[in-house]
Design a protein around this ligand. Structure first.
Ligand SMILES: [Zn+2]
Length: 394
């Protein structure tokens, strides 16, 4: 386990595509034009839009972070991290969120088939090649989706029930059952503290109109991989795993928030090692693959799409908790937490405070203290909800 996390710590942001496969690209007559890489996630294959556009002679340009593909009378505008795209002036949604690697936008292939008419792009039923219609004249100006008034912005999408809202929050009380987590000097157990905070958080969010699902409602053991599977199966829009910290240094205290990414600091590695060590209590611990550079990207692909939002959520949560409780601020950091791997949504692991520290322990032992933490986390989730929903409208 330590080896895995340290390997992860050493990992620099590797370029795709270790593990990428490729598709044959051919013109309408079947003449090969080369190969296009793709990456699989679940049932979805992601392809780099620019590679296809290059081979096909389609006009693709980047306007302030938005990829604009012009094809005959069609203009498609998409960007990383946002499943909504524009086809001329119509707002539509990809089945999965486009992502960016090495500055290139990768889009779900099935979404591309929905967006681009089959006269330009289709999968050949016999040979499985990606057939494209080459465009020779690409310089002709085509109608713009932006209209003429404001060249700098996308038009506001039509207000309809299809507009994205953050509806379901998955709350994950860490540990449970035979896994007690860390224990304070007074005997206060992490699994009890985090379950109480999680329940209170769920109650507050419910009153604010959000749907919440807890990975455990009582004192039971839940495997780490089951927690994210549960989150995805329940179509969560946000995932928060709640924990308490512990250190041999009694003076260590305060709040930390983590998102999934290769660890950069020794202390983050330590926290990940500690939280990941739970797998030793699982019957099938061997199923957890080492987070080496070869498989890190594939293992974390679902979550890495949401890196920016996860990091932002981690900051908001930390800020709110520190602002309204005596818990002191430590940091937002990144590390390889198994419990976050595979979550198809922004996801963080939140360390409320140190049960090894007498002040933090005293605070977290009180019902009022735990309520304050839950209140603060709820505020940060509502802030994030409002920000992401506004962003989805852009
Ligand atoms: Zn924990």
């Amino acid at each position: 386990m330590i080896r895995a996390v340290i390997a992860l710590a050493c990992l620099l942001c590797a370029a795709i595509p270790a593990g990428a496969s490729s598709l044959l690209l051919a013109d309408e007559q079947g003449a090969p034009l080369g190969r296009v890489p793709y990456l699989e996630r679940g049932d979805e294959r992601f392809v780099p839009l620019s590679a296809i556009a290059d081979k096909a002679g389609w006009l693709l340009r980047n306007e302030a972070g938005i990829e604009v593909l012009s094809l005959d009378t069609l203009v498609l505008r998409a960007r990383r991290g946002n499943s909504f795209y524009f086809l001329n002036s119509n707002c539509r949604q990809f089945p999965a969120i486009p992502q960016e690697w090495d500055g290139v936008l990768w889009v779900p292939l099935s979404g591309l088939f929905q967006a681009i008419p089959s006269e330009f792009l289709y999968l050949h039923p016999q040979d499985g090649s990606l057939r494209i219609r080459k465009v020779v004249e690409t310089k002709t100006e085509v109608p713009s989706a932006r209209g003429t008034k404001d060249e700098s912005r996308l038009p506001a999408p039509p207000v309809s029930p299809s507009v994205w809202t953050m509806g379901t929050v998955i709350i994950d009380p860490g540990h449970g059952g035979k896994d007690v987590g860390c224990v304070g000097a007074s005997g206060l157990r992490e699994k009890d503290v985090v379950l109480d905070i999680s329940r209170q958080l769920a109650k507050i969010l419910l009153n604010k109109g959000l749907t919440t699902k807890l990975t455990r409602y009582d004192d039971r053991f839940v495997r780490l991989d089951e927690r994210t599977t549960f989150a995805n199966a329940n179509r969560g829009d946000l995932f928060i795993s709640i924990h308490c910290n512990s250190s041999r240094i009694r003076s260590a205290r305060g709040t930390e928030a983590y998102f999934l990414s290769p660890a950069r600091t020794e202390s983050a590695v330590e926290v990940a090692v500690s939280e990941n060590s739970v797998v030793q209590l699982e019957e099938n611990a061997g199923q957890y693959q080492d987070l080496t550079d070869e498989n890190y990207i594939l293992l974390t692909m679902a979550t890495s799409q949401y890196l920016k939002d996860s990091e932002h959520f981690a900051s908001l949560a930390l800020k709110e908790v520190v602002r309204s409780t005596p818990l002191s601020q430590r940091w937002v950091d990144q590390a390889g937490f198994y419990v976050l791997i595979g979550a198809s949504m922004p996801a963080i692991l939140f360390e409320t405070g140190f049960l090894s520290n007498p002040d933090d322990e005293k605070f977290l032992a009180s019902k009022r203290g735990r309520q304050k933490v839950a209140d603060a986390l709820a505020r940060s989730i509502l802030q994030l909800k409002s920000q992401l929903e506004t962003e989805a409208l852009r």
